[in-house]
Design a binder for this molecule. Sequence first.
Ligand SMILES: Nc1ncnc2c1ncn2[C@@H]1O[C@H](COP(=O)(O)OP(=O)(O)OP(=O)(O)O)[C@@H](O)[C@H]1O
Ligand SMILES: [Mg+2]
Length: 209
Amino acid sequence: MKLVYRGAEADIFSDEWAGEKAIFKFRKPLPYRHPELDAEIRAQRTVREAEILHDAKSSGVSTPSLYYVSQRESLIVMEEIEGTRLKSFLESPGRDRARVSTEFGIAVGRLHLGGIMHGDLTTSNVLLDDGGVHLIDFGLATHSIRVEDHAVDLRLIKETLIGAHAEIAARVMSSFVKGYTREVGEARARTVGRKLIEIERRGRYARLE
Ligand SMILES: Nc1ncnc2c1ncn2[C@@H]1O[C@H](COP(=O)(O)OP(=O)(O)OP(=O)(O)O)[C@@H](O)[C@H]1O
Ligand SMILES: [Mg+2]
């Protein structure tokens, strides 16, 4: 097995599963958490990720296909998407950013229409290949149709863009919103957008207190 990524909570390996290229995501024990609580959290996030990967796909969002889940081992085996992270795509110049950003907005719009909040929508959790935009890393996702939850997803996207891709953040965000609006409709997009502004204001005042 080849280690492809060592994260804070999970190690990601690449190998084969029934002849297909596959990703093995192991959530590892965290020493600073109480062992029983730790095992519970890992099992819960593993199951949640597996379930929501599947539900997102049913909502028309492209996600890796699920091959195998083991709650006991905190392991998910899934299709390997052979692509690049949105993060590195946005960092390299002269690419078709507007189109990709709009596609990203469409994917998130579909996810929200399907009643799912992703919970960790950074540009490292979006993969691109010739087939388009794929969403991954659903360990913090929840079923929710609440405006507030959807706005929280958009807020993280916006913050990640401003933090890591400042010069292009505004343009990417405007293409994203175009795609998002196309999926969820003008009225809903406006409602979520207003909530986003409200949350941003709240955050700013909270910091001043
Ligand atoms: N199905 C996949 N196909 C291709 N690459 C993947 C796939 N799943 C994960 N990766 C790669 O591994 C990286 C980390 O995966 P992921 O985001 O799921 O884990 P993580 O951020 O450590 O998760 P968590 O924070 O929930 O523990 C991704 O950014 C991506 O580069
Ligand atoms: Mg991740």
